[in-house]
Design a protein around this ligand. Sequence first.
Ligand code: M6R
Length: 607
Amino acid sequence: MCGIIGYIGMDQAAPILLSGLEKLEYRGYDSAGIAVHNETGIQIVKATGRLKVLYNLTQGGASILGNAGIGHTRWGTHGESTDVNAHPHFNKDTSIAVVHNGIIENYIKLKKQLEAHGYKFLSQTDTEVIVQMLDYYYNGYPLETITKIMHFIEGSYALGIIFKNHPGEIYAVCKDSSLIVGQGSRGNFIASDVPAILKYTREICYLDNEDIVRLTDSGLTFYHNEEELKKAFVTVRMDLNAAEKGSYAHFMLKEMQEQPKAIADTMNPRLRDGSIVIKELGISDNKIRQIQKIYIVACGSAYHTGVTAKYIFEGLAQIPLEVDLASEFRYRNPILDRNTLVIVVSQSGETADSLAALRKAKANGGRVLGIVNVVESSIAREADNVMYTWAGPEIAVATTKAYSAQLIALYLLALKFSQVRGFLDAEKIACMVSNLQRLPEQISLLLSHKKDIQKIAHRYLKAEHIFFIGRGIDYGIALEGSLKLKEITYVHSEAYAAGELKHGTISLIENGRLVVAVLTQPFLYSKTISNIVEVKSRGAFVMAVTNVGNTEVEKVADYVIYIPETNLYFVNSLAVIPLQLFGYYLSIGKGLDVDKPRNLAKSVTVE
Ligand code: M6R
């Protein structure tokens, strides 16, 4: 959730650290800081608020001289957003500085032990115990000291560390929290994520759990348990401009507009002459026939793709499918075997709960397929097989194009499974594939009507509660519409399976309350229409999203948004577009920072 960067080399470190932090700010943005080695020792500057505060404070880094340093952008877990709680943290004489992503779970116990040795703590963070422990055990040898404290700290961490007595070195280590190392022509880097250093190098090495790396301006040495080891570097091909906003007002707007391309890029390489070819699946047709149960495990919006996929897999491939939140799955005892497929869906590939769920699934004997957007991320590397969604870098905290690409990956899988298990013949598959191929153009059409959605959003700028209802796949769409809305507008919102509303929640419906009803499944139209009538009779204003031609809805809803015709299993991809736009326009209409909503971060690498 926090972003880490480190640089040592021929150039001034501070401007490089700040430019890296700018690319990492999506991971956390409540405060930021840098620590740079220079003649005076270690110079640390930190500031509460967005990175620009730190940028101004250091004149873009120009006021901090030195060729080696570490930086951090924070999403606080322990302690509010203050300068003191901001990273880097340091020991009493500022001879050691540390940046940390993760959570030290036994920090209270460690803190007490250190206090008993006379250590005083300045911050409320768990991170400070790391630097105080390094101070306590420091014997002049950073590698030995770091290895030693790793035996005592429990939890997850990616750390960047500098020692005043070792001015030509940076150390880094990670456990259950990812960290990359970059080798450039003018110096070496550590970072939480590739875009942070892409401007300087494409030669990347992914640290494995408990690897330690020592960086100097001319070399990199890797260790595991103090033993030196060789690590492989890969050349990343990511487009440097893909993570830029360009002429768009916001990343979210840009990413919504990129949805047609994201889904075409995810789908096209897997389509051959009207049939589905998923080479990376790594499961033979025979094995697909033997699968008895599928779990889809994920968090947030990625979980919502699973809610929709349940209906599709059960409908098309007749395989029982259970969807679970990764944070729940990881602490229960799911009954799995090699005929159980566990699909872990994640944009970042670093979500701590999803990664832990993946490990649980493997430990319990399941086979894991990752549907992941970030290439070589932890989930991608640890899954038995990985199917990438080719959405490109997603920067806005609220996911749009990655969500849409995940849906496409799941449709393709469901079609493949259905075909192999004999429920769909080649002709039906070809017909459904042609529906899939029309989605990009249909999404573009929906996006071109954004001004209409903006008008409705402006009517609801003062709404305090907004409800979303739907049945079946429409319930999955409602969940996503509601999450999108609440995370970027701070308006309270709930999504309900439409038939469930009357079991309690309908008591919250009163005059003028906005209810968004999704009706895309013809066999459920009349049922959801009854639910619309129920909320209308209690004074609700109803905005409906339905298929083109379903004009019946106009008799009961106050406002109707029509989506183009497609196969009924694929409607989510279309119906979600006006809901994303609605959230977006409500957020910017309220003057909020739509790309960086309060309290959130893009990559949730802590529990
Ligand atoms: O990176 P992941 O797909 O694993 O992230 C899962 C959720 O944190 C994410 O979808 C979150 O709910 C989004 N902010 C929703 O827009």
